[in-house]
Design a protein around this ligand. Structure first.
Ligand code: ATP
Length: 423
């Protein structure tokens, strides 16, 4: 984990939030490479779940919502974690995180005393309005989910969706986490990607769709290269289930700090639509309240786990073996020597051309070996070197990140060569 944190800072994936002022606990800023990786994860998610399907549509709801939403959704009352305070040093912890509690007790030679657990609400408050004292207290959304529910009627009446159908959304959520930590794993500001999938309110349908979505989401992580042995399902026990869930299972990743939640699959029943007084009229004219199967994943957690899973060391080389679809840069273009104008011009032409279709990096510093290593560490799947032979026969060397193998490819075929390997 330390190596990933250092790599993220050094190469511009992730920096501590507001670092020049000492930071702000639980916030992170994504640098140039991190921004691209994050965008690629979100694009792949949207492509799989909306573009390639016929039954899921997108929504992009406001972060600030009428506070009644949070009253109806049950978050004002039940979106809580049990908080305890160490009587010796007054540090606060989540009472349900037994390992963190035990680790802290060790720092006091096992003699720490604890206050009785209190419910601590995770919603972050904000104040809206221009007149001081008369401002409206609102909440930054604690989950993006409610944006799909409050737009349920709008979407049904403005599109052709018919049950079963889903609403997909990606966006920021905010939680006043008691113990942010493990790098970006538990942050106070983070991004979620969710599908709310509406079905007929029948036990059998509920079970079938729950299994379907559980497996479909697992497949997605596997298809983007996460190793099978690092993933598992875990059923929620009764005591840990969220207030809205009939049953729930997590997809977990084997992180350096233990098995950790990647994504939650929740059977929300009719909890939300009932609470918002919303219903649906079927083709037979009968009105009913649909049930909802939810898939709720974290963009930041995905990014962290994709990085951890892709990290390799081979001798002196650090390689991020990211799936090419996720890699920040798809190709890097180098002129063999920076002071040979003809080489630079030819390489620039290739760079400008490929840039029309994909993210391309340019590097002309130091020797070629060092440039390859730098791209390996950034996860760039292919490097193109323009050398003296290129001037004569219009071919270049293409080097593969994972095998380090090189082959000569015609410049005119480059674009097709990469596009066929990136799709
Ligand atoms: P945890 O038990 O780890 O606190 P949770 O069960 O509260 O998570 P959900 O409410 O199910 O999480 O949120 C869905 C997804 O949103 C999670 O699987 C995770 O990927 C992401 N997520 C939730 N809280 C955070 C956070 N504090 N920081 C980063 N991602 C988060």
């Amino acid at each position: 984990m330390d190596k990933i944190v250092a790599l993220c800072k050094r190469r511009g994936f992730i920096y501590p939030g507001s670092e020049i002022y000492g930071g702000l606990t639980g916030t992170w800023d994504y640098g140039p490479l991190g921004t691209l990786l994050k965008k690629n994860i979100k694009d792949q998610w949207f492509r799989t779940n909306v573009q390639l399907r016929n039954d899921v549509v997108g929504v992009d709801a406001a972060i600030m919502m009428n506070p009644t939403v949070w009253e109806k959704s049950g978050h004002l009352e039940a979106f809580t974690d049990p908080l305890v305070e160490c009587k010796t040093c007054h540090q606060r912890f989540r009472a349900d995180k037994e390992e963190e509690i035990k680790a802290h007790e060790k720092t006091h030679q096992g003699k720490a005393g604890w206050t009785t657990p209190q419910k601590f609400n995770l919603l972050v408050k904000a104040f809206l309005g221009i007149i001081e004292g008369a401002q409206d207290e609102i909440f930054l959304r604690g989950e993006i989910t409610q944006g799909a529910f409050v737009n349920f009627e709008n979407i049904v009446s403005s599109t052709r969706v018919k049950i079963p159908f889903g609403i997909a959304q990606i966006g920021k959520a905010f939680r006043n986490e008691i113990t942010p930590g493990n790098f970006t794993f538990r942050s106070r500001e983070f991004e979620q990607m969710e599908i709310e999938y509406f079905i007929r309110p029948e036990e059998k349908e509920g079970n079938v769709w729950f299994e379907y979505w559980k497996n479909t989401r697992m497949e997605w992580y596997l298809s983007l290269g996460i190793k099978k042995e690092n993933l598992r399902f875990r059923k929620h026990e009764d005591r840990e289930r969220a207030h809205y869930a009939r049953f729930a299972e997590d997809i977990e990743y084997k992180a350096p700090f233990g098995w950790a939640e990647f994504e939650g699959i929740h059977h929300r029943g009719d909890w939300d639509l009932s609470r918002h007084n919303l219903s649906y009229v079927g083709d037979d004219g009968k009105k009913f309240t649909p049930w909802v199967i939810e898939t709720s994943g974290g963009v930041d957690r995905s990014l962290l786990f994709f990085l951890l899973d892709a990290y390799h060391e081979e001798g002196e080389r650090t390689i991020l073996k990211l799936n090419p679809k996720l890699a920040p840069y798809k190709v890097a273009v180098f002129p063999l020597l920076a002071n040979k104008e003809k080489l630079v011009n030819l390489a620039r032409g290739i760079y400008d051309d490929l840039k029309q279709q994909m993210m391309v990096a340019w590097d002309e510093r130091g020797n070629i070996g060092k440039r390859y290593y730098a791209q390996d560490e950034a996860g760039t799947p292919y490097c193109v070197t323009v050398d003296f032979q290129s001037l004569e026969d219009k071919t270049v060397t293409v080097r593969d990140r994972d095998t380090a193998k090189q082959e000569r490819i015609k410049i005119t075929n480059l674009s097709e060569y990469f596009l066929s390997r990136l799709s």
